[in-house]
Write a new protein. Sequence first.
Length: 398
Amino acid sequence: MIIRERYLKQIRPFYNQELIKVLIGIRRSGKSVILNQIIDELKNKGIDDSHIIYLNFENYNYEEYTNPKKLHTYIEEKIVDDDIYYLFFDEIQNVNSWEKVVNSLRVTKNTSIFLTGSNSDLLSSDLATHIAGRYVSFKITPFTFKEVSELKEISDSKELEEVFNDYLKWGGMPQRFMQTDELSIKTYLVDLYDSIVIKDIIARFKIKDIDLLNRIVTYILTTPSQTFSSEKLKKYLEMENRVVSLETIYNYLEYIYKANLISKVERYDVRGKRILTGKYKYYLIDLGFNNILSENRRPQMGAYLENIVYNELIARGYNVNIGNIPDGEIDFIATKCDEKIYVQVAYLLADDSIIKREFDIYKKIDDNYPKYVLSMDKFDFSLNGIIHKNIIDWLLEE
């Protein structure tokens, strides 16, 4: 595995602060690896092993400590002096009332606390008010394409294209790169997908109609980067002889989102300068899940590339919205502090009509923030201050 410097660089300033460090991401996206890399850095700085306490609540050896009182007692007994203790709680959502335990340890002991969780709403529960304003969160994604190229130590352009095509097909879940052939990769991803659906959706939300859940998950994961329509999904289910209410559809979509299988992206009215509530697009956290569910279907190259660009923007720390303008749409408006960029994504700028469509949309934007068009073309189509880049080159930039 590679050192995930992008995240370590963000987290390092908080190593010795009392603010709780929360790493959130889909199962097996590398959160535990990052915790262990932090632990290695602490040890390299001379921190004694006895002052580093790590518990993984997916490990049955720690099952009894999912009881909050037992966990609190266990940690208190480990803390025997006034020096700082570094506490690492992996998959904390498995601990009942974990917020009370964590906040108590933060308040009463000299600790630096690190948490990971697989639920996107980990910090939105009523109990999370116990640590409100006392934490910093970091969204951990599967490997970016740059990380994949570093993992495989590839710089040759031909090899890069081959690896990129593999990335489009099988995604960036870290452990899938430990598999040696496509059958093994698929088996791993299927097992991971089943684990997420069973543990993070069916068990957590007590789903009884598993067939309906599977149909909705399959629909969402095989139509990435599409404007969501509840009515369209309802009609699709009716064609499958499943009559379901819109309320049920929205509930199931929220469960899928909370399991971190998908990202929900809101639309931003560029002229009105406001978020358009209820207007979403959904993007897959990892494209590998699309592939295992959509075998023998025609690849949706434009949608896949848009999904990859969205995930990359998130990994780079941007807040991302869809830009809503009269008679058109900006694929992404990405903001970070005072920085803002606009991004259009296309598969290929194959003719003048596509070039006009992708570039002319920016005529409706009257500010001077950077505007990009990303595609798989190798020729530079930059025009009138609008920057065109090859997607692979752009992914390797940061």
